[in-house]
Design a protein around this ligand. Structure first.
Ligand code: VG1
Ligand code: CO
Length: 600
């Protein structure tokens, strides 16, 4: 077991603490360093007060506030939101606290980091722990918050949205167990943005974030720059069977490619896959993080990760394993030789095979998926006899279940997979989970008879059945047309129950509402769903991560227990259901769109 994290050690009010080593047990893992609360002192840094006034539209979406970069760079835009966040936390908890800061390295990241550091100081934070060059992937930020017992952290990212001065920027606050702030906090932040009048800032110059070390800004305020990968890499070594994976990677009949899409995973994948696990450097594709992701759309799906898809579908020449991750490193796509694993299948396959992963050797506490994610995981939970939860879209809904010890592995259809090792989805974690599973399956297979990704997936379908699944995204619709379509579905859906359309009869139609089993909070209007007699589903929701206009997501699923039909093309298996969904929603009429922008 690696203890790691040495680079996190600093001076001042932190102290080294040996954790219990209970990885999956407690809500917080604090194995390396943590804030000693008794030493919290009030911060007396030189301050300045900047007058400001409310800015429209600073409402947090599915995951943080995302807008065009230029909007974020406009006077007081970022500052207002960050100050509003502090205004919505209690002054007592902020005073003398430690906060984590990092981002996916996109354009405006460094400038934003300097502003956030100053506002943190102005509001009484005593220490900001920041990744070198203001880098931290989203899962790594969550890991650092948990590891050092910080009050929370700021993640600067618009995730899979493109970056650059003409593209997107974003900001998110994660709370003390490392999870994205729940709605009870983000609602308060929004209220604060409507009445804000003052920004409190530390009055000092920019801090050097290019080197690991501690800067003392006076008045009891320090900034500690850490290596962005140390804590994360140590955590991965604790979770997975690195020696077994190393053996797999060394096999002459195994090859792999990891596409970092010019984004933040480039700061992690070479460390983990090449340095620790022995993969050749050529296994890493697009591994240098760039401010504009080299002009690409850092979204690991079949459309935007085309470069990787071409490599993985190159016939006999294709590597045995391929993966990609998104802008901030929390998403993943898994491919085999000429083979694609849907994210819904991926999480179910990881769960079904989890016992070979050391972190899960004592079993699984529970499984969960977001509502539009396919039902593949449901079958696994049933067979394992573990609790199962269906939550709204957005990772923030998994956090409470994890903190309460009810959930081990979860996922979303949108290429998000993760576990309770952090409170974010985790791209590289999913890659390592697959490698660990392949390593276990091939522990005794002779060279030349490698069991690959496709075989593991087919074995899964044989045991659990297959659910055909597709998502259509209609990007760049007008907000008005999207809202009109939603209003139409709401008004007509009840009347479809019991009616037959082609081979399908509607069993249930509703607007998904979630009651959090831990704190009882209610989230309503989380997606419109039509559920058919045979378990097929047609679901509609509007994206909450865009920076302008509206994106309609249409999710179509058909469970198919008959193994003789598992080789059908997804488009063929779902054709009738797709036509029914378009009819029920009148999508073409409302949006004028003949075809979706992205099909997954
Ligand atoms: C999308 C996905 C959702 C995911 C969210 C954040 O949200 O559908 O499953 O949690 O992005 O992912 P929406 O509201 O646009 O459908 V990330 O990697 O952008 O933080
Ligand atoms: Co992301």
């Amino acid at each position: 077991m690696a203890s790691g994290c040495a680079a996190v050690l600093g001076t001042g009010s932190i102290t080294q603490v040996r954790g219990s080593g209970r990885l999956s047990g407690g809500p917080l893992r604090r194995s390396a360093v943590r804030v000693r609360s008794s030493t919290r002192a009030s911060v007396m840094v030189a301050m300045k007060s900047v007058p400001t006034s409310p800015i429209e539209g600073q409402k947090t979406g599915t995951s943080g506030l995302r807008k065009k970069t230029k909007e974020f760079m406009s006077p007081n835009y970022l500052e207002n939101w960050v100050q509003s966040l502090f205004n919505s936390l209690s002054g007592d908890e902020v005073a003398g606290s430690t906060m984590v800061l990092g981002g996916d390295g996109r354009y405006f990241n460094r400038e934003a980091a300097q502003k956030i550091i100053k506002i943190a100081a102005g509001n009484g934070v005593s220490k900001v722990v920041v990744g070198r060059d203001a880098y931290l992937s989203t899962p790594a930020a969550s890991a650092v918050i948990r590891d050092i017992g910080a009050l929370g952290g700021f993640i600067m990212s618009a995730s899979h949205n493109p970056g650059g001065i003409n593209e997107d920027f974003g900001i998110k606050f994660n709370y003390s167990s490392g999870q994205p702030a729940p709605e009870r906090i983000t609602d308060k932040v929004y209220d604060q943005t409507m009445s804000i009048s003052e920004i409190k800032m530390g009055d000092f110059g920019d801090v050097d974030l290019s080197k690991v070390g501690v800067s003392d800004l006076g008045g009891g305020f320090t900034v500690q720059v850490i290596d962005p990968a140390d804590t994360y890499v140590a955590l991965m070594k604790d979770i997975f069977d690195f020696p077994a994976i190393k053996k797999l990677i060394a096999r002459p009949d195994f090859s792999m490619t990891m596409d970092c899409m010019h984004a933040i995973t480039g700061a992690y994948a070479p460390r983990v896959l090449v340095e620790e696990l022995g993969a050749p450097p050529s296994a890493i594709m697009n591994g240098v993080p760039k401010e504009d992701f080299a002009g690409g759309h850092p979204d690991p799906n079949l459309t935007y990760a085309k470069e990787l898809v071409d490599v993985m579908y190159a016939g006999d020449k294709a590597p045995d394993f391929g993966a990609a991750s998104d802008g901030d490193g929390d998403r993943n796509m898994i491919l085999g030789k000429n083979f694609f694993v849907t994210p819904s299948d991926s999480v179910a396959i990881i769960a079904a095979n989890a016992k070979c992963i050391p972190y899960f050797k004592d079993g699984i506490k529970g499984l969960a998926r977001s509502m539009p994610t396919s039902v593949a995981l449901d079958s696994v939970a049933k067979k394992m006899g573990v609790p199962f939860f269906e939550v709204p879209t957005g990772w923030k809904f998994f956090g409470n279940l994890m903190d309460d010890g009810k959930l081990s592995i979860c996922g979303e259809e949108s290429f998000g997979t993760g576990s309770d090792h952090v409170r974010e989805k985790d791209g590289l974690w999913a890659v390592l989970a697959w490698l660990n599973i392949l390593a276990a399956r091939n522990a005794d297979t002779p060279v030349g008879s490698l069991v690959g990704v496709e075989q593991v997936t087919r074995d899964f379908w044989k045991e659990y059945g297959k659910s055909f699944y597709t998502r259509y995204d209609y990007e760049g619709c007008t907000t008005e047309s999207a809202n009109d379509m939603v209003a139409h579905i709401r008004a007509t859906m009840a009347g479809t129950v019991g009616k037959t359309f082609g081979s399908y009869t509607v069993k249930m139609a509703d607007d998904f509402e979630y009651v959090d089993p831990v704190d009882g909070s209610v989230s309503s209007k989380q997606g419109l769903r039509f559920i058919m007699e045979d378990g097929s589903r047609c679901i509609f929701r509007l994206s909450g991560t865009g920076s302008s206009g509206a994106t309609i997501r249409m999710y179509i699923e058909k469970p198919e227990p008959d193994a003789s039909k598992h080789d059908m093309q997804t488009a063929d298996a779902l054709k009738e259901l797709i036509d029914i969904a378009l009819e029920l929603s009148q999508l073409k009429k409302f949006t004028g769109r003949e075809n979706p922008t992205v099909i997954t």
